[in-house]
Structure formats: C-alpha cells, structure tokens
Write a protein that binds this ligand. Structure first.
Ligand code: ZN
Ligand code: FE
Length: 259
C-alpha cells in the first residue's frame, strides 16, 4: 500500500516524486536528478530508500543515481542504456512497489528511451501515472530525440487512461504552459478557470501537480490536436489547412518552442 506521494522540489522547477510505503518505513523516488533533497527528506522522515524509478536518461532525472545507489542499494528500474539501472523495462512490463502494481508504457518523443509508469487503481486507490517529461500540466515535453508522430502516439497512450488518473509530471511548467495554451486554444473557456485555479496554488507556494488526465484532456492543447479549434490555430500558423493531426501537433509543438 502507498500512504502518500510527496513532491520534493529540485533544481529550478523539477519535482522528485517520493512514494511512501503504507507501513511507513520505506520510500521510492521517481527520477532523482539531485540526491541531496532525497537524502534530506529520507533522514527527516526516518525512511529507507527501497526503490528508484527512472523515466529517461536526462541528467535532471538521473543525476542522483550513483550516490543513492551507493548509500541505500535500492532496486533501480528504468529503460536500457542508463548506468546503474538493475531492472530494465520495456512496453507492457509490470512491477510492484509497496504491493502496488505498475505497468510500463514506452512513450518516445522527448527522448527515444522515455517510459512511463501507470497504476490502474483499485477499490482502495485512484490510478497513478508517472510520466516524466512526456506529458506536462497543459503541455508536453520538447522533442529532443523523437518525431512529432512518435510523441503524438505516446500521448495517445496516456489520453485513454481513466480521467481520474493522477498525473505526476517532473516539472513545474504549468503557468508558462497555460499562457501558451490560451494562445493556441483561445476559445477554450475551461482554460481561463484553470489559469485562475493554478495561479492560486502558485501564489501560496504550492505545486500545481499532480494533474489528472481529465483536466489535461480539457485544457492541454497537445491532447486536443484532433479538435477543429486546434487545427484552425495550426492552420493560421501554416497559412494553409494542416493535412492531418500529426501536422497539427507538429505545428503547435514548434510554435510552443518559440513562444
Ligand atoms: Zn528530460
Ligand atoms: Fe526534465
């Protein structure tokens, strides 16, 4: 059983999601880019680090691995190609953390090795997603390695998850993403209320995360590329109607890079 999932702030805008065992003695961290906040939190709460989950190879997600492995010898799960990972994962693999079952999705786009972890929920808990830098609140990861078509396919795997799924992204990019969303999807009235709501959290220093799949479907332009409004926005950028949803996505993603 998981008792809670706590966001540890790291660097400028990363969160290291810390999953705490219901029995209280152990913790699992997702994407520990920096070992210092993890060690400090574990010490302050008398927790042992039993597991690490990695989503992709970027240093702001993996930089703490060496030190944490040396200190705690946890199980380390992640995609191939990253030093220190003991349990290599691929699409459809399953793992258990504190008796809770997670399934692995390959979600290439931001990087080619990117994976996400999904717990389907049960009578006792809601579905949980750890999606690294693939899906953000009101945004998606930059395409460093993959193509727009790959990223759109990856996002589609996440869009069909239950709407109540708690979406744990790795960066606090929400307010900047929402400014862009308002430009790309100007007629979406749900965006204005989300902006007020999330700004309220930032004003008191709270994370805007986790989000939910339902909220993202309603307000995230990168999940709305199949809708006429986003196609029209992409068409205004292109100066002609986009040929398909992939071109809508590619156009919106490139626009965001320059926004
Ligand atoms: Zn990254
Ligand atoms: Fe990152």
């Amino acid at each position: 059983m998981i008792s809670r999932i706590h966001p540890l702030p790291a660097f400028r805008d990363n969160y290291i999601w810390t999953v705490i065992d219901g029995d209280g003695g152990a913790a699992c961290v997702v994407d520990p880019g920096d070992p210092a906040p993890v060690i400090e939190f574990l010490n302050a709460n008398s927790l042992h680090l039993s597991d690490i989950l990695i989503t992709h190879h970027h240093m702001d997600h993996t930089g703490g691995l060496g030190e944490l492995i040396g200190k705690y010898a946890p199980r380390v799960f992640g995609p191939p190609g990253i030093p220190g990972i003991g349990k290599l994962l691929a699409e459809g693999d399953r793992l258990e953390v504190f008796g809770v079952d997670f399934r692995v999705f390959e979600v290439p786009g931001h990087t080619l090795d990117h994976i996400a972890y999904f717990h389907a929920g049960s009578k006792h808990d809601t579905p949980i997603l750890f999606c690294g830098d693939t899906l953000f609140a009101a945004g998606c990861g930059r395409l460093f390695e993959g193509t727009p078509a790959q990223m759109l396919d990856s996002l589609r795997k996440l869009m069909v998850l239950p709407p109540e799924t708690a979406v744990h992204c790795t960066h606090e990019y929400t307010m900047a993403n929402l400014s862009f969303a308002a430009a790309a999807d100007p007629a979406n009235s749900e965006l204005q209320s989300r902006i007020r709501n999330e700004q309220g959290k930032r004003d008191i220093g709270k994370p805007t995360l986790p989000s939910t799949i339902g909220l993202e479907l309603a307000t995230n332009p990168f999940l709305r590329c199949g809708l006429p409004d986003l196609a029209a926005s992409a068409g205004r950028r292109l100066g002609r109607p986009p040929t398909d949803e992939t071109e809508v996505f590619a156009t919106i993603r490139k626009w965001k890079d320059q926004f």
